[in-house]
Design a protein around this ligand. Structure first.
Ligand code: FAD
Length: 405
C-alpha cells in the first residue's frame, strides 16, 4: 500500500472543542484527519435541560458523527473507539482495538461529573447529566415519577421530591427547567395532585458562584417564582435511596437526586503521561499546546485556561469552541513554520436558561433577561445545530441515505 504524504492529525473527542478544531482543519486538503470518539454521536450538553424537561427528544440533542465526518470535502475518518492512552514518544494513540499514528494530536475529551467519594451513596443513588445515557435515564425516571403520582391520585398525594446538589450553571438550569415543566404539566392537565418539590443545594453564599451579581440576582428571583427552594451554605454529606443528609444535620426526603457539584477531566486523562494541575486538568501553554509536547494541543473542558488578566475561564461550550479554533490555526501555523498565535480567548457571554421562555444573560457586556434572553439562547443553540446538520446532510447524500429536508 502506498504511504500517504499527508500530515496526519488525530482529534480525540467530538464535543464542542473537537468539532471546531475539525471544521477549521478541514479547510486544508493536505491533512489526513481522524476523529475518535467513544460515542457515535456529538452530544449537545447545552440543550440537556430541554431534554430532561421533555421539550426535546434525544435525536434533537445529538448529531451522528459518521455522517457528519463523511460530509467534508477532504477525507475525514471517524472511529467510534475509546482512547485508552497515548504513546507520546512514538506518536501513537492507543484505543481498545488499534494504534493510530499522528503528526499532530488534539486532545478534546472534555470532563465528567465528579462523584465525590467522600459523599457516601453518591455514585449509587445520585444522577449525573453530562453523559447522554445518564441524562436519558434521568429524563425517563422523571416522567415516570410524574405519571406514578397521578396514577396513585385519590389514594394519596405525596410531593415528588427532587434534590439538585450543585448550584452552578447546569444545576440552576436543570432546577428551573424542571420546575417550569412540572408547573405547566400539572396546570394543563388539571390534575388534582400537583405537588413537586425541587430543592437546590448550594455550598456557597449565593448560587452561580463566580458569576456577575446581576446574573445571580436575576436567577435567584426567577427560581423563587418557580418555587424552587434554595439552601445556601450547605453540603450533601450522604445519601440513601430515599434521603439526603446535609452537613447541618438536616435530612431531606427525595425521589431522586441530580449531582451537578463538580467536574473532573474524562477518565482517560488520568492515564496520560502529561503535566496536570492539582485538580487533574491538563496543563497548557498560551498557544494551547501541552507543556510537555509541542505537537499535542489540548482544548476544552479537560484543560484549564486563563485570560490575559490571569482569571480562570469557566468550562463552557463557548470557550471550548474558541479553543478548538485556535488550536487548529496554530497547527496550520506550525506546519508553515510561522509564529503561533497566543490565546486571547475571553468569555463572550453567558445566557442562563430559567424555564420556559425565560433566561438571564450578559452578552458582550450587555445585560438581558426574560423572553429576549431566552430567544437569544435558543438562536445560538439553533445556529450550532444548523451547521452540524448541514454537514450531516452532505454526508448523508454521499452515503446514499435520504435526509428529510
Ligand atoms: C446541563 C449543562 C448545561 C450547560 N449549559 C451551557 C451553556 O448554556 N453554555 C455553555 O457555553 N456551556 C454550557 N455547558 C458546558 C458545556 O456543555 C461544556 O463546557 C462543553 O461541552 C465542553 O466541550 P468539550 O468539547 O470540552 O467537551 P465535551 O463536549 O464533553 O466533548 C468531549 C468528547 O470527548 C469524548 N471522549 C471522552 N473521553 C473519550 C475517550 N477516552 N475516547 C474517545 N472519546 C472520548 C466524549 O464522548 C465527548 O464526545 C453546560 C453543561 C451542562 C452539563
Amino acid at each position: 500500500m502506498q504511504k500517504s504524504d499527508k500530515t496526519k492529525i488525530v482529534i480525540i473527542g467530538g464535543g464542542y472543542a473537537g468539532l471546531k478544531a475539525l471544521q477549521n482543519l478541514c479547510k486544508d486538503p493536505k491533512y489526513e484527519i481522524t476523529l475518535i470518539d467513544k460515542n457515535a454521536y456529538h452530544f449537545m450538553q447545552t440543550d440537556v435541560y430541554d431534554l430532561i424537561a421533555n421539550e426535546y427528544d434525544f435525536a434533537q440533542v445529538c448529531v451522528d458523527l459518521f455522517t457528519y465526518c463523511t460530509g467534508f470535502k477532504n477525507e475525514v475518518t471517524f472511529l467510534k473507539q475509546e482512547v485508552k492512552n497515548v504513546d507520546f514518544n512514538n506518536k501513537k494513540v492507543i484505543t481498545d482495538s488499534q494504534r493510530i499514528t499522528y503528526d499532530y494530536l488534539v486532545i478534546a475529551v472534555g470532563a465528567q461529573t465528579k462523584f465525590v467519594s467522600s459523599i457516601s451513596g453518591l455514585k449509587e443513588f445520585g444522577h449525573g447529566i453530562k453523559a447522554l445515557n445518564r441524562a436519558m435515564y434521568f429524563k425517563q425516571k422523571f416522567e415516570m415519577s410524574l405519571f406514578q403520582k397521578i396514577d396513585k391520585e385519590g389514594s394519596y398525594c405525596k410531593p415528588l421530591s427532587i434534590v439538585i446538589a450543585g448550584a452552578g450553571l447546569s444545576g440552576v438550569e436543570i432546577a428551573a427547567q424542571m420546575a417550569s415543566f412540572a408547573k405547566d404539566f400539572y396546570e394543563q392537565n388539571h390534575f388534582l395532585c400537583r405537588k413537586l418539590s425541587i430543592v437546590l443545594i448550594n455550598s456557597s453564599e449565593h448560587i452561580l458562584k463566580g458569576l456577575d451579581k446581576y446574573l445571580v440576582e436575576c436567577s435567584e428571583k426567577h427560581l423563587e417564582e418557580l418555587a424552587v427552594i434554595i439552601k445556601n451554605n450547605v453540603r450533601v454529606e450522604s445519601l440513601t435511596e430515599s434521603h439526603v443528609t446535609l452537613n447541618n444535620g438536616e435530612i431531606l426526603e427525595m425521589d431522586f437526586m441530580i449531582f451537578t457539584g463538580g467536574i473532573e477531566p474524562n477518565g482517560v486523562v488520568a492515564n496520560l503521561k502529561l503535566s496536570k494541575n492539582k485538580f487533574g486538568f491538563l496543563e497548557i501553554n498560551e498557544y494551547l499546546q501541552s507543556v510537555d509536547y509541542e505537537d499535542v494541543f489540548i482544548v476544552g473542558d479537560c484543560s484549564t485556561l486563563y485570560d490575559q488578566d490571569n482569571n480562570k475561564l469557566p468550562p463552557t461550550a463557548d470557550i471550548a469552541e474558541q479553543m478548538g479554533t485556535l488550536a487548529a490555526k496554530n497547527i496550520r501555523k506550525m506546519e508553515k513554520k510561522k509564529q503561533l498565535l497566543k490565546s486571547r480567548i475571553k468569555q463572550r457571554g453567558i445566557l442562563i436558561a430559567l424555564g420556559r421562555n425565560y433566561a438571564c444573560g450578559k452578552v458582550y457586556g450587555i445585560y438581558l433577561k426574560g423572553c429576549i434572553a431566552h430567544l437569544m439562547k435558543k438562536s445560538i443553540e439553533k445556529i450550532h445545530l444548523y451547521f452540524l446538520d448541514r454537514q450531516s446532510k452532505k454526508g448523508c447524500k454521499k452515503i446514499f441515505c435520504t435526509p428529510q429536508d
